[in-house]
Design a protein. Sequence first.
Length: 116
Amino acid sequence: MPQVLTTASTLACGHLPKGGTLTPVTSTAKLKVSGNPVLQKANVEAALIPDCPIPQAAARCAKPLAVMVGPSLKLMCGGEPVLLDTLTGSTAAASGSPCGEFKAVTGGAPKLQVSR
């Protein structure tokens, strides 16, 4: 069963050996799990990826482009779906051109689970 993502979760681009971390992923959502606000699409799409490991600057992930999979179909906060640990999306280079994908790497909140 998918788990809810919070500001304590880690999201990263898919480039190896270790994907670049999406930062800062902040949220002002009123719904909290273990004291951490839940994540929503706007929180993720406003993040940056400062440490993508791709050496070529033109191909390096700089920011999320779009959330593809992961919004809950049932659990909402402020009228917007919360994100689940099934989260995946596309990334963009600094030029804005698509260059890869990102995903949830760690942790949905184990104390709150939802069915899709």
